[in-house]
Design a binder for this molecule. Sequence first.
Ligand code: ATP
Length: 371
Amino acid sequence: MSDSGTPQLDVRSLSKRFGDELVLDDVSFEIGADEIVALLGPSGCGKTTILRCIAGVETPDTGHIEIAGNCVFDEGINAAPETRGVGMVYQNYAIWPHKSVYENVVFPLKHADHDVPEAEYEKRVEDILELVEIGELKDAPATDLSGGQQQRTALARSLVHDPELLLLDEPLSNLDRELRTNMRYQLQKLQHELGISMLYVTHDQEEAFYLADRVLVMRNGEIVERGDPADLFQRPGSSFTREFVGQWNRFEGEIVDEDSDYVVRSDLGVFPLSSVDNVTGDPESPAIHCFLRPADIDIGRVSSTDKRRIELWGTVVAEGLLGEHYEVTVKLDDGGANVVVHSDQYHEFERGEEVAIRLGPGAMKVYDRSK
Ligand code: ATP
């Protein structure tokens, strides 16, 4: 939100149909000044359509869009894309191959509304190319650029006319892993240096959670949940977010009343119902889903002395390196459920070896099965 309290982007009750398909269903959200907001959802949920409606290259059926306090869409209003004060970066970069980097980047200065005098175009392009660290490529033909350089050219072009808002549509998905990681960091740095607001569309939760100040989770044309990344990751409120975000061990269970205390009974055993659980404890509807993050579980060969932690024994089914951590799958002795554990340490377990897994009482998140 800017100092005056006016959001940099205000989208209200946006709806859009393609034929019989309702692609956007009453979508509302805001982006504050200096804020990076990620729209996260699976392919086809309507993310790109939202961006295109904001940029003015798609027309919503109904709704209201304001950019930096100016209404660009409402009944009887549909501002032309070049007057909206937005920059857009596309997944496929949309770089003109027959032009040089300079000619690509100067394009919005020639065709969009802005305050830069013509005599300053060249300096302006040079400055923005320096900012995205490809100053030396100014006169290079676009055909000579690598994928990462094309991406930086597209970014420079989206920023050269000093837009109020930057829209990014899966901008990193065509880059290799190393470049993607580097660009993620570069985008945050750029946002900070320019103080620009960004709407970032992705189906990649890691990207959304790394980059964004706030994440909007989308499904079938609706925003089903919104919040800061840590909250959404640790305490997802909707069943869709739980399924979509992060890796979980999942168990079915029920709430039972034991000695007037509610407890959780599942394939993992019997636990106290913790304060973060999202259930009513209603004995009429005791069925629950239990979720447990692999990183919230410890594993070892010997019993722990810490009696506050819940300890269960089982045998190792598999162990392997997965990126930054080791993944161990353990089959529990009681009940036979498989539990996946992530550990920073390579334990070199034998398959079939007897091990203990341990978790804090709050690690298991519990939800009503109806939610
Ligand atoms: P992706 O990540 O695959 O790009 P998305 O979440 O961005 O997906 P959209 O591209 O917004 O989704 O598409 C949402 C739905 O609208 C899809 O079912 C798509 O087929 C449909 N759609 C998008 N544009 C059009 C169009 N111009 N005409 C008809 N249907 C369209």
